[in-house]
Design a protein around this ligand. Structure first.
Ligand SMILES: [Zn+2]
Length: 145
């Protein structure tokens, strides 16, 4: 992790809006070949088994929220749609725990940043991350032991 800190105003939660079994390789290929992005969509991705993979140093800008990326750290879970491609919160317990821990860590690192979902930004017409981030954080009960 680099010591160069950007001025982070938002810690933003996303979903990949893919089936839950989508591989990171195919997501990366889509970013690179279809969207022609040089940098990944998110700094962190949360796999189905709860593993957190860092895709980009926090000092670099990822492609999570159009118009806001210079002040965002973006994280995402794999999933977020059902088999008909409709938004659904299909995080499992391992992903919820990992996401909560990652948000706690980022909040400590960027104490002034707001934690929000992609859909909480103005003019966003998607359901990403397919759940209400503030409500989830308020009701989340960390696993003990
Ligand atoms: Zn998003």
């Amino acid at each position: 992790m680099s010591n160069t800190k950007r001025n982070i105003e938002y810690i933003v939660v996303h979903c990949t809006a893919t089936p839950t079994n989508t591989t990171m390789e195919s997501i990366k290929r889509y970013w690179k070949e279809t969207l022609k992005w040089n940098n990944p969509g998110y700094h962190y991705i949360i796999h189905r088994d709860g593993r957190i993979e860092q895709l980009l140093d926090e000092s670099q800008i990822s492609n999570g929220v159009k118009g806001f990326n210079p002040v965002c750290v973006n994280l995402s879970y794999i999933g977020g749609v059902d088999k008909n491609n409709n938004p659904t919160d299909n995080r499992n317990r391992a992903q919820e725990d990992a996401m909560f821990n990652l948000i706690v860590h980022l909040t400590e690192r960027y104490p002034k940043a707001k934690v929000c979902g992609h859909r909480d930004f103005p003019n966003v017409h998607k359901a990403c991350p397919s759940f209400d981030v503030k409500q989830w954080l308020a009701n989340y009960e960390p696993k003990l032991g």
